[in-house]
Design a protein around this ligand. Structure first.
Ligand code: IMP
Length: 199
């Protein structure tokens, strides 16, 4: 049986404003008093895990122990089939120190040149950690394909080149609520909410 979040302050263990916004939207119905790690000036731990879940766990645990409140971390990324699931856990790093996702999308496209297979998926690992070290982790996924050139200005990261299966607009062309209904983050959230926020 998973441990439940019993209300009060919840730290979002991220310094990425796009993620903080999406997680805040997804948690809005559950009455958590959400505050971000950035607002609390919490240090950013080194993400040296080798899986999405390992990175989510180290970020959530660092924020929970530093703040004294339960903390929720997201580690996510784009996995491209023809590139052996790269950039994967290195998705943010492919954007370089300036977090330039135009550059990151171009790098993926350059490496894909000549490949017929444009399948890709996003993964999202979510970890809820408590200050005593207890953790609950969940993984979500959405499958699709990559398009070029990038399209749309909503969302963040690799959204402008990702077409979810069954859709003809990219994640960046969708209204945020439409992306939230089908994304890897929504899939992981459904599992988290059922286990840790359910009655
Ligand atoms: P993290 O902060 O180390 O988990 O980096 C995750 C990176 O994966 C983000 O900076 C984005 O580049 C990419 N990513 C994760 N989720 C999404 C999404 O929903 N849309 C687009 N890109 C995403």
């Amino acid at each position: 049986m998973a441990r439940k979040f019993t209300g009060g302050k919840l730290v979002i263990a991220s310094h990425n404003p796009g993620k903080v916004r999406e997680i805040g939207d997804l948690l809005a119905p559950f009455g958590a008093a959400v505050v971000s790690a950035g607002e609390l000036n919490l240090p950013e731990p080194v993400e040296d895990g080798l899986t999405f879940t390992a990175n989510a766990e180290l970020k959530a645990l660092a924020a929970a122990t530093a703040s004294g409140f339960p903390a929720l971390a997201d580690d996510s990324g784009l996995c491209v089939s023809a590139l052996a699931d790269a950039p994967g856990i290195y998705s943010a790093r492919w954007a370089g120190p300036d977090k330039d996702f135009g550059l990151a999308m171009q790098a993926v496209e350059d490496k894909l040149a000549g490949h017929g297979d444009r399948r890709a998926h996003f993964i999202c690992a979510l970890t809820l950690a408590w200050p005593d070290g207890h953790m609950e982790s969940f993984e979500g996924r959405v499958d699709g394909a990559l398009v070029w050139p990038p399209r749309g200005d909503q969302g963040f990261g690799y959204d402008p080149v990702f077409l979810g299966d069954g859709y003809d607009i990219t994640f960046a062309e969708m209204a945020p609520a439409a992306k939230h209904a089908i994304s890897h983050r929504a899939d992981a959230f459904k599992k988290l909410v059922a286990a840790c926020f359910g009655g």
